[in-house]
Design a binder for this molecule. Structure first.
Ligand code: UDP
Length: 326
């Protein structure tokens, strides 16, 4: 298959591109490099420098090449930032996605896999969140992703667009080959910040809140390896070949770890202490988010491979010690 990977220079997107080419598919990356890295895209993969809000540029891409499907990773994705800058989130994640969807429709490309998020659920009302859990985002980031899920449901009815929204819980780790990894600037995510603290890069880790209603007072999250997310996207595209409509699946390992437990695991994996201090809660953070991925396993045949937290951390550690794209 030939696939357009919007946001293919970013963290999850670049792992997707490697995974697809490794499976014998052709990928074309479309990315504005606002947060992604040109070096994260292999030289042999075609690269278009563009913004998904640029209708003319997208129209040219779709006019000159035929794609079997689009995978859409382009987004602003920081919960805390979204609370302070909602317009930027709705413009990027909602308005620009509508431009991409319009360009796909004009070009008769009818399969899409969309990066969604556990943040569509808001405060969990169950120990494990499955697809029947109510959606009630508590921050603009989650709200922006949920809006597009609604758009996709309407687009399925009106235009026959086939789509899968994949709600990632906490994407983590790096390709074990060590040539790509998580490189955000500034870095806000827990695991990279834990490893940076180990490496003495910057100040000690801030633990955002230790007074949550969890087993040790720190937030609990479900960390899922980035290559396992990539495999789910390819399965989703294949699924859409036989399934019209708009579908949603939750992707996680089904086990939650607290911030303190992630710190302990990092100390086991690195053999070093993680310097950290307790800081105030971060705006927009729910106490616990853990997935049930039973539906993705049953419907897509998804089987995550790197499920142990220590293995996920070891893959991230390999990258953070030598974060060079190769
Ligand atoms: N976190 C933290 N210190 C950091 C970064 C994150 O304590 O430097 C906490 C954060 O408050 C949340 C969890 O770690 O409870 C995971 O945050 P992350 O930003 O990695 O992912 P999110 O859950 O926001 O998608």
């Amino acid at each position: 298959m030939k696939l357009l990977i919007c946001g293919g220079a970013g963290y999850v997107g670049s792992h997707m591109v490697r995974y697809l080419t490794g499976q014998g598919h052709e990928a074309v990356v479309y990315d504005d490099l606002s947060t992604g890295h040109r070096q994260a895209v292999p030289r042999e993969v075609a690269f278009v420098h563009g913004d998904i809000g640029d209708a003319a540029r997208l129209a040219r891409v779709f006019a000159t090449q035929r794609f079997d499907a689009v995978i859409h990773f382009c987004a602003k994705s920081l919960v805390g930032e979204s609370v302070g800058e909602p317009y930027a989130y709705y413009r990027n994640n909602v308005a620009n996605t509508l431009v991409l969807l319009g360009a796909m429709r004009d070009a008769d490309v009818d399969r899409l896999v969309f990066s969604s998020t556990a943040a569509v659920f808001g405060h969990p009302q169950a120990e494990r969140i499955d697809e029947s859990h109510p959606t009630a985002p508590i921050n603009p980031y989650g709200q922006s992703k949920l809006m597009i899920e609604h758009v996709l449901a309407d687009a399925a009815k009106a235009y026959g667009l086939r789509s899968v929204a994949l709600r990632y819980f906490n994407a983590a780790g790096a390709d074990p080959q060590g040539t790509i990894g998580e490189a955000h600037e500034p870095e806000t995510h827990l695991i990279p910040n834990v490893l940076k603290a180990v490496l003495g890069q910057g100040a000690a880790l801030n633990v955002f809140g230790d007074d949550y209603a969890t087993r040790d007072g720190t937030c609990v999250r479900d960390y899922v390896h980035v290559n396992d997310l990539a495999s789910a996207h390819l399965l989703a595209i294949e699924y859409l070949a036989g399934q019209p409509g708009a579908h949603r699946f939750n992707l996680g390992n089904g086990e939650g770890f607290s911030v303190r437990e992630v710190i302990a695991a990092a100390e086991r994996v690195t053999g070093k202490a993680v310097p950290h201090t307790i800081a105030p809660r971060r705006a927009g953070d729910p106490a616990t988010l853990v997935a049930s991925s039973a539906l993705a396993r049953a419907e897509l045949g998804w089987e995550p491979r790197m499920v142990r937290l220590d293995d996920i951390l070891a893959s991230a550690w390999r990258w953070h010690r030598e974060p060079a794209f190769g």
